[in-house]
Design a protein around this ligand. Structure first.
Ligand code: NDP
Length: 394
């Protein structure tokens, strides 16, 4: 059976929700279809590792985005788009359906990287979706021992969430000090201490190289020769952008698999756009890049929706990103790479502004427990210079 939509969105995440709402800003009537591989409606991913664990009064209903109700979009869930025929303007899905489109948005996001030999199972969760949240909630009801793998966003936020909810947590990550790839030493040590003080067993300096599930739990084999045994493993090793569908249909993809778009979020095909984690776009301050964070998903998704519906706007929003860990929090813009020169400016109440300095300009700003700094940080980055003094910039 074939359905035709004026606007078809491949991907059922936050970008799809924002895009459908963006379409409605410009077109009240055009038909919208959303094809989502996940079996659940678009859901705000930040809640999956933050508020649903840390705020007892916050429910899934509070988080719900209401995509279909608010926009009239038809959701086709549990279906993966397998092919795009750009000449016929149709797509076909893993469930054997075909859909025609007037204009198409590819918002396929990415898939979690996996450890060879350690397949997803009831005891091994490569954490990304609402369904994973449900499984982890059920599996941690009796406070088991959870091995959390990865020292990035998922690893740190989930380890903090689980230990605060009574589980016993071992966090395995490759760095000597947790966060030291991202933060200067003074901040990374504060992060590491927060986790150990909260009761997390932090196992640094090791990658998980393999493992297996057993009837009783999971066994992880580490690069330092040790083994971690736990009741279950939650893993966050980053994502691979899901650009293969675009590449198969002859669209440009970048070396890491992102889909190349211009400042109108449009591919070389004027009727096909891409947005979100999967889109490699020209950021007007930071230059070409992909950004895997929620502010980008929301703003780029909304812009893509408006552009699909006829807006000639340029996407000129430089996204920020943020994280909450216990009582600490931060916001940031640009590239946080601790191998660069960093300039740390202390602020009252323990806050710090950290500037990441490249060859001839500041490339990233971390606002560690410092509020209202995002717009000033963008100004520092937009200046494309190295200031004489960092003291009073923010
Ligand atoms: P990240 O890229 O943030 O972190 C991956 C981590 O895994 C790194 O610490 C990496 O270390 C480590 N790692 C890689 N391989 C191994 C291994 N074999 N054993 C142990 N550790 C390993 O990805 P996440 O999975 O945490 O997040 C997935 C996506 O979700 C990202 O797109 C992220 O931006 C997004 N997200 C964003 C949030 C936010 O903005 N607050 C919150 C949650 C998710 P190394 O760097 O040394 O390779």
């Amino acid at each position: 059976m074939s359905h035709d939509y004026d606007y078809l969105i491949i991907g059922g995440g936050m970008v799809a929700d924002a895009a459908a709402k963006g379409i409605r800003e410009k077109d009240a009537d055009g038909t919208i279809g959303i094809i989502g591989e996940e079996s659940t409606a678009p859901f705000p991913r930040p809640a999956l590792s933050k508020k649903l664990w840390t705020d007892p009064d916050f429910t899934e209903d509070d988080a719900a985005l209401g995509t279909a109700d608010e926009t009239g979009a038809t959701l086709h869930l549990g279906a993966r788009a397998d092919t795009i025929d750009r000449e016929a303007k149709t797509i076909t899905t893993s469930t054997g359906q075909s859909y025609g489109y007037g204009r198409l948005l590819i918002a396929t996001g990415g898939h979690p990287r996996q450890i060879a030999g350690l397949a997803p199972s009831a005891r091994v969760i490569y954490y990304r979706t609402l369904e994973h949240y449900h499984r982890l909630r059920a599996a941690t009801a009796d406070h088991p021992h959870v091995a959390v793998v990865g020292g990035g966003y998922i690893g740190t936020e989930i380890a903090a969430a689980l230990v605060q909810n009574g589980s016993s947590v071992t966090l395995v990550h490759p760095d000597d000090v947790l966060g030291s790839r991202t933060f200067p030493d003074v901040v990374a040590r504060e992060v590491d201490t927060m986790f150990t003080d909260a009761g997390v067993t932090v196992h640094g300096g090791a990658k998980v190289e393999g493992g297996s599930t057993t009837p009783a739990g999971v066994r992880l084999d580490l690069s330092d020769g040790t083994t971690v045994l736990a009741d279950l493993a939650v893993i966050g090793l980053g994502i691979e952008p899901a650009g293969v569908l675009a590449r198969r249909s002859g669209l440009d993809t970048s070396s890491d698999g992102g889909i190349v778009v211009d400042e109108h979020l449009t591919t070389a095909d004027p009727d096909v756009l891409a947005a979100g984690d999967v889109a490699e776009y020209p950021d007007h301050i930071l230059g070409r890049r992909r950004v895997e964070h929620v502010d980008n998903a929301n703003e780029m998704g909304a812009a893509a929706g408006r552009i699909l519906a006829g807006s000639d706007e340029v996407y000129d929003h430089t996204p920020m990103f943020y994280s909450d860990l216990f009582d600490a929090w931060y916001e940031a813009v640009g590239t946080l790479d601790a191998s660069l020169r960093t300039e740390v400016v202390d602020k009252p109440d323990g806050g710090k502004v950290v500037y990441y300095v490249g060859d001839d300009e500041v490339v990233g700003v971390l606002l560690w427990k410092v509020g209202d700094g995002v717009e000033p940080a963008k100004k520092v980055l937009a200046a494309h210079t190295i200031p004489d003094s960092f003291d009073d910039l923010i």
